[in-house]
Design a protein around this ligand. Structure first.
Ligand SMILES: Nc1ncnc2c1ncn2[C@@H]1O[C@H](COP(=O)(O)OP(=O)(O)OP(=O)(O)O)[C@@H](O)[C@H]1O
Length: 406
């Protein structure tokens, strides 16, 4: 059975001017021992989804659907049960969480706290466990006597990981766990997380806007756009051969270590993510999509099967994506090109021409022609689909300073 099952999870924030649908109908499964990466641009709803998993959202957020952790719905748990589940069954490492440490308490007291609060250890046992945890995250036990200001940012983030591991949870939710760190420390912390979850058989949900890091860390990827999952499947396939034009653009947006071409041709996705309070009709991505059909502006979109263990919310994964309104006037023919995308996610060989809906043009290489370049990128991503020691050995996470990936 899956450790975590999300069934039609939606989150809406109530604000003075109305309602913000931040997460919309997300359904995902996470098997025990598996790592799932959730990617998407800023504002796509990743953190909202992560916080919903343990009911950590502010009071103005309304969550619907089901979040089944070991078959038990987190959304309907009584408060006492929820407290027991937090830390003990599932714990969170947040973006910049290092700043969440209490500046006036020593590190060892803070790591021991969840153990003591959850009755997992006596004071003496907690002391021993703290020393063991510090060692696991690569810090000498004497660091436990330090205050947070006496540690570097990377060391503080290691402390947060030690705290997350303290009660031996089955699931860790890591929301941009390395964003605030410099590039070398990012690599060290990611390697640490990867080896710890493999060693302890912990499941993980990792949130990031960086698809390449997620592909190197996780077994499966889910790509979010405007609050919805638009594609999910095995990491290696989603990263190397995305079926949704947004996932393709997201993969192509990152330069790749060892690929000079990716440095020389700045790539990105034109246009801005939609305002969640004024979402486009039909496919939310259609105004930015270079392969949108006229019908994409109005037709219902769902996560259609897109290969083994994969789904994508794009009409081009359908065997016959065009509707009558997409056909050139007076012709009974399906326009050449977009239909080929279901077999050739890299794009149309003859080029998409003008976006049919007057959408922004996407820079060369990000859309229809992006597939070839993405394939080149993933030459370094060997073993990404396997979770465990082998994947750790062979993957080289592609990391860069936060300023380059915003
Ligand atoms: N407390 C809040 N009240 C109202 N709207 C919110 C609140 N928190 C987030 N939102 C909105 O919900 C949407 C999703 O935000 P969220 O932070 O989940 O996105 P994200 O993908 O995690 O972005 P980032 O990568 O920048 O953290 C955004 O439109 C955001 O403005």
């Amino acid at each position: 059975m899956s450790l975590l099952q999300l069934r039609d999870v939606s989150v809406t924030y109530r604000v003075a001017s109305g309602e913000v649908p931040a997460v919309r109908g997300v359904s995902l499964d996470l098997a025990a021992g598996q790592a799932l990466g959730v990617a998407g641009e800023s504002g796509s709803g990743k953190s909202t989804l992560a916080m919903a998993l343990l009911r950590l959202l502010p009071r103005d957020a309304r969550v619907t659907g089901e979040i089944l952790l070991d078959g038990e719905d987190v959304l309907t748990m009584k408060w006492g049960r929820l407290r027991a589940v937090r830390w003990a069954s599932a714990s969170v490492v947040f973006q910049g969480a290092q700043h969440a440490l209490n500046p006036v308490r020593r590190i060892d007291e803070q790591i021991a706290e969840p153990l003591l609060v959850h009755g997992k250890a006596t004071a003496a046992q907690a002391r021993r466990r703290v020393a063991e945890l510090l060692e696991q995250v690569g810090l000498p036990a004497w660091r436990g006597r330090n205050y947070p200001h006496e540690l570097s940012g990377g060391q503080r983030q290691r402390v947060m990981i030690a705290m997350a591991l303290a009660c031996s949870p089955r699931l860790i939710i890591a929301d941009e766990p390395t964003t605030a760190l410099d590039v070398m420390i990012q690599a060290q912390v990611l390697t640490l997380i990867r080896s710890l979850i493999a060693e302890h058989g912990i499941s993980m949900i990792m949130i990031s806007h960086d698809l390449s890091v997620l592909a190197s860390m996780c077994d499966r990827l889910a790509v979010m756009y405007a609050g919805q999952v638009v594609e999910h499947g095995p990491s290696r396939e989603v990263f190397a051969d995305a079926r949704h034009p947004y996932s393709r653009a997201l993969s192509a947006a990152f330069p790749t270590v060892g690929d000079p071409a990716s440095r020389l041709s700045p790539r990105g996705l034109a246009g801005d993510p939609p305002d969640p309070m004024h979402l486009p009709s039909g496919c939310s991505f259609h105004p930015r999509c270079d392969v949108a059909l006229p019908s994409c502006a109005s037709r219902p979109i769902e996560l259609w099967p897109a290969g083994e263990g994969r789904r994508a919310a794009c009409v081009h994964v359908l065997p016959d994506p065009a509707l009558p309104e997409d056909l050139p006037a007076g012709s009974g023919e399906v326009p050449d090109g977009p239909g080929e995308l279901s077999d050739s996610p890299g794009g149309r060989a003859d080029g998409p021409g003008e976006p049919p809906n007057g959408a922004h043009a996407v820079p060369a290489g990000t859309g229809g022609g992006g597939g070839v370049e993405i394939g080149t990128q993933t030459g370094t991503q060997t073993g990404a689909g396997e979770h465990g020691a082998d994947a750790v050995e062979h993957d080289i996470p592609v990391m860069r300073p936060a300023k380059e990936v915003q």
